[in-house]
Design a protein around this ligand. Structure first.
Ligand code: UDP
Ligand code: MG
Length: 319
């Protein structure tokens, strides 16, 4: 059950950080400030330092030492944002009524937190946010990329994901209980949170400019991430590979009479260009299909090793 309006409740704010030494104090101050305006709400902040190379860890250690409501987990190296979120989810105390995930760089406006809480109290189990369409703090290429990515994912996977859906959301404890038990080697939380069902609500938000530091996701990394996320959420590309195979074989059969005819006419040698074109085309198709199969095989390989999805170096647990 969601907390009623007059019963005190606790929300854990989970913040993954990778090289955010200048942002950690800013965001926690902002969160504390915002929570002071929400009636009956107690906050807790859980930082997850994803193997930062700068002074992020010492910064959050200081913040945690000065405030009992702040705690942290620190990884032995960089495991990626999804791993940081998973670690956070698995270390949220049972006393928490809900958890809010938010980026450290202030691109997700903390001022929206009271609205997330209000919509959660109104009975929604997950209240997520997605980027408003007109947004000056997002580059054209990243908008185009994101549009393509969500379009493909919606077509291929059986979840409906809004264009620009963010990791800025509030999650009820009953949904959290399901999510933290997921055994996936490489979880894609934006998809998983939609996949689990429950009562969900999406609200648009304006992306702010990153205050300090730079984005960890250049376009090249985004393409890799897209391939990774799509193959971890859908097996449709494998089915598509079979259809591509059928189609090209069919075309090859159509082509055969012409080949025989040319042979019969004795003009076979003039077919050099078409031969090369065909070889190149089929070569490309085969490599693509093999690549798709390889991606899935790689996933199975990684998952069968049962390696830990993150390694904790240091922890100050929440109580
Ligand atoms: N992040 C992380 N591990 C990573 C990369 C990023 O924990 O390997 C965190 C980062 O510190 C930030 C959030 O994930 O709090 C979003 O990262 P970023 O702002 O770089 O992504 P963008 O907003 O550019 O998509
Ligand atoms: Mg950002």
């Amino acid at each position: 059950m969601n907390a009623g309006t007059h019963i005190p409740f606790t929300v854990v704010v989970l913040i993954p950080l990778y090289n955010e030494e200048k942002n950690a104090a800013l965001i926690s101050d902002e969160i504390i400030h915002v929570f002071a305006t929400v009636p009956h709400a107690a906050y807790k902040i859980l930082f997850v330092d994803d193997g930062s190379k700068d002074a992020t860890l010492t910064t959050i250690q200081k913040l945690a030492a000065a405030n009992n409501s702040i705690s942290y987990i620190s990884f032995s190296k960089n495991f990626g944002k999804e791993a940081a979120m998973l670690a956070g989810f698995q270390h949220i105390p049972a006393t928490a009524d809900a958890v809010i995930t938010i980026d450290a760089d202030m691109q997700h406006p903390p001022s929206l937190i009271p609205i997330l809480i209000e919509k959660w109290q109104a009975g929604n189990d997950v209240v997520y946010t997605y980027r408003e369409r007109s947004n000056e703090h997002v580059s054209y290429s990243s908008k185009l990329y994101s549009k393509m990515f969500y379009w493909m994912l919606s077509k291929l996977a059986d979840v409906e994901l809004e264009n620009g859906i963010a990791d800025f959301k509030i999650i009820d404890k009953k949904v959290l209980a399901v999510i933290k038990e997921m055994k996936e080697d490489a979880p894609f939380f934006r998809g998983l949170f939609k996949w689990v069902g429950y009562k969900q609500l999406g609200i648009p938000y304006r992306v702010e400019a990153r205050v300090n530091g730079e984005s960890k996701y250049p376009t090249k990394a985004l393409i890799k991430l897209a391939l990774h996320n799509i193959t971890s959420f859908s097996t449709k590309p494998l089915t598509m590979a079979i259809y591509v195979g059928f189609f090209t074989s069919f075309m090859a059969i159509l082509y055969l009479p012409y080949v025989l005819y040319s042979l019969y006419q004795g003009i076979a040698i003039s077919g050099w260009a078409s031969t090369i074109a065909t070889i190149a085309f089929f070569g490309g198709v085969q490599l693509t299909v093999l690549g798709i199969i390889g991606l899935y095989l790689g996933k199975i390989f990684m998952q069968t090793k049962h390696r830990p999805r993150y390694i904790i170096n240091e922890i100050k647990a929440l109580n």
